[in-house]
Design a protein around this ligand. Sequence first.
Ligand SMILES: [Mn+2]
Length: 220
Amino acid sequence: MKSERKDQLFLGFEAEQDLAEYPKADSVLMPDADVVLFRDFFEKEESDLLFVELLNKIEWKQDRIKYYGKEMDLPRLTAWYGDSGASYTYSNISMNSTVWTPTLMCIKEKIEKMTGASFNSVLLNYYRHGRDSVSWHRDNEPELGKNPVIASVSFGETRRFQFKHIKRKELGRVDVELTHGSLLVMQGTTQEFWLHQIPKTSKPIKPRVNLTFRRILEKV
Ligand SMILES: [Mn+2]
């Protein structure tokens, strides 16, 4: 079934691959990438329940990061869950995962069924207000391997998710609004060629929780 809302996401590029084989999907048409958005992956009531539960039950941590030699708080809270033994390094922070909660396992299975991918860990981010953010980066750590499938679920306040190509400046920025209950799947060469960020906003906004499911490869 073709989506009725595809036109809203047409960004003026020819799709290089046939992106939306899935039902109810909106392709985000970007060259050198494969990005698909499911706006209402979780229904409103289910999203409301999951949002409150995640806010209250996840073991949120305030990580610190070294930035130009200075230690400072990351502008968001984080948590890391997964199969036992899964560990992960990002921004020089090494994280050991907490074992899946039943709720996280349930969300994971629903996403796996739809994407056909399998995930062994999830990084959670809690953006408390508009000053919380994540700056330009790629999910391209070596333990994710080549062309990883990253499944990103959002609950709570809508935040603007932005992409920019690492080389082709003429493509400009691609903005996607990540709404309550949405699922954004990034796969193929997306992480090789595109950076992404969640910018700060001065608007008074409510919290947002984001979950990115990943597959961490076995250490050789
Ligand atoms: Mn990321």
